[in-house]
Write a protein that binds this ligand. Structure first.
Ligand SMILES: [Zn+2]
Length: 227
């Protein structure tokens, strides 16, 4: 069905994120909103392909970039001859919708920078969105679980795991937990050009202090903020 803007109904909900090169890629992209930035983006990624990828909960089709001067630019699905195909049911499409992939990449960067053996894994799409959990498993048995989605709440009750939980900035933590624990690890992504910059926070009863990942250290107890 074509809407008044010439877009199919599935593309009227603007899609700002994609993955690069293949449907199962974990290399995320955020499309710039402004036409002038989109021209630069198109030059930067000339000859490469963008996908409504499986790690974004997408339909697996290829995406193209739509340039507008009177409203925000966004990705749109390639025109599809298969009219029997069901419209894309992807739920999250805004600039935050690939944040789990940026968080995974940042955690991998931290492992590499600290010469640590380990692995970072996004949870598979299922009842909860892909990447609702990002798990960092260190070679020495240490583990961090990053909760990106309030629909998969952390278990704060276990003293062994509470220090190894990181929660995305918008995931609520109840006041009792905040009072009981010395601090809660937070994570958030901010827009930075056509990418997302990951910040790690330490929340106490007094508020949250934010740091760049490279300012923090990883050890079996979790991440440690700068002293
Ligand atoms: Zn799609």
């Amino acid at each position: 069905m074509q809407g008044s803007s010439g877009l199919t109904s599935e593309d009227q909900r603007r899609t700002q994120t994609a993955v690069l090169g293949a449907v199962d890629s974990q290399e995320a992209l955020v499309l710039p909103l402004e036409a002038i930035e989109l021209n630069t983006f198109r030059r930067q990624y000339a000859g490469q392909t963008f996908w409504c990828g499986s790690w974004l909960g997408g339909c697996g089709r290829q995406l193209t970039t739509k340039l507008y001067v009177d409203r925000v630019c966004h990705f749109a699905h390639h025109a599809d001859a298969d009219t029997a195909r069901r419209p894309c049911a992807r739920r999250a499409r805004d600039v935050t919708s690939a944040d789990h992939l940026y968080v995974k990449a940042a955690a991998e960067g931290l492992l590499e920078a600290q010469h640590l053996v380990g692995e970072v894994v996004c949870s598979e799409p299922g009842p909860a969105a892909a990447g609702s959990l990002v798990q960092l498993q260190l070679g020495d048995g240490g583990r961090l679980t990053i909760h990106m989605n309030a629909a998969v709440p952390p278990d704060w009750k276990s003293p062994q795991t509470a220090g190894r939980i990181v929660v995305e900035a918008s995931v609520p933590v109840d006041r009792r937990t905040l009072q009981r624990l010395p601090y809660v690890h937070r994570i958030r992504c901010d827009s930075h050009g056509t990418s997302r910059r990951v910040l790690i926070g330490t929340q106490t009863a007094r508020g949250t202090q934010w740091f760049r990942p490279e300012q923090c250290t990883l050890d079996p107890a979790g991440w440690l903020p700068p002293r």
